[in-house]
Design a protein around this ligand. Structure first.
Ligand code: CP
Ligand code: NVA
Length: 299
């Protein structure tokens, strides 16, 4: 039996496969309806236990522009939220559709689902990781400033699912990730050749090629106090310390004048809408790889 092409995390996929997915994403961006109808007759289910604009719309549009179908489910309305087991749900979903994208808070349950699924499972974000986002982010960096290898990517603020996925990407794409965060969030065990932590935002910003942040209050953390993050706000001073060509990135949704100052959002360095658009192109390439066993090819 052929191995199922699950897109669970950047660490679960061979580096050369990830790099070829990224290459396909650039190619697929050039003509949105080509290769024509490669997803014809194929269906993607999308299951959410949290809000989404970009993930839902980009996956849905990606499938439909290339001839496929989608089915969106709110997890709260599924039997899995009651008594039905993860195993039964995964087996049943596998009988209806060709792939499933899941946004599920609990990473362990997400992985349990994938272990039972007979179709490709795609991580649409858990509390631990957001690999589809980072594929679009890397695509955006390549588009705006070229090769990612050897670049300095500076992260500011919270240490969350998106930060952790950048950590996974750093050794694969061989860039330097500097994480500036409050002292209690420093992760000494995560320091590696490619990853360093600092409590000093200017140390992170200095000569960076990419400045990136995310909300201080991820979904599910509502009520959290944010005072300790204020020194890590991305503002004009941070951008001035970075390289002249530095870009500002954010997976969105943005909380202006919290993690990022309005002046940065209004500056030419801000590429967040291109980054959001690239979710669509990256999603197509991810789906094409996941659906290879169903006969899909982008060549
Ligand atoms: N960046 C991102 O995943 O956005 P959504 O929550 O809108 O899907
Ligand atoms: N860290 C954020 C990302 C949203 C796309 C969250 O988990 O809510």
């Amino acid at each position: 039996m052929k191995q199922i092409n699950h897109f669970l995390s950047l660490e679960s996929i061979e580096p050369q496969v990830l790099k070829s997915i990224l290459k396909n994403a650039h190619a697929l961006k050039k003509n949105k309806f080509n290769p024509s109808q490669i997803f014809a007759g194929l269906s993607l289910a999308m299951v959410f236990d949290k809000r989404s604009t970009r993930t839902r719309m980009s996956f849905e549009t990606a499938m439909k522009q290339l001839g496929g179908h989608t089915l969106v489910m709110n997890m709260e309305e599924m039997q899995i939220t009651g008594a039905e087991s993860v195993k039964d749900t995964a087996n049943v979903v596998s009988r209806y559709v060709d792939a499933v994208m899941i946004r599920m808070s609990d990473d362990a349950i997400f992985r349990e689902f994938a272990s039972h699924a007979k179709i490709p499972v795609i991580n649409g974000m858990t509390n631990e990781s957001h690999p589809c986002q980072i594929m679009a982010d890397l695509m955006t960096i390549e588009e705006k400033i070229g090769d990612v290898q050897g670049r300095k990517i500076a992260w500011f603020g919270d240490y969350n699912n998106v930060t952790k996925t950048f950590e996974q990407a750093a050794p694969i794409w061989e860039f330097d990730l500097v994480i500036a965060c409050p002292p209690d969030l420093i992760q000494p065990a995560r320091n590696t050749k490619n990853i360093t932590f600092t409590t000093d935002p200017m140390v992170a910003a200095q000569d960076a090629d990419v400045i990136v942040t995310d909300t201080w209050v991820s979904m599910g953390q509502e009520g959290k106090t944010i005072d300790k993050f204020m020194p890590y706000q991305v503002n004009a001073q941070i951008m001035a310390a970075a390289q002249p060509h530095a870009i500002f990135m954010h997976c969105m949704p943005v909380h202006k004048n919290e993690e990022v100052a309005q002046e940065v959002l209004d500056s030419p360095a801000c590429v967040i809408y291109d980054e959001a658009e690239n979710r669509l192109h990256a999603q197509k390439a991810i789906l094409a790889w996941c659906l290879e066993n169903a006969g899909v090819s982008v060549k």
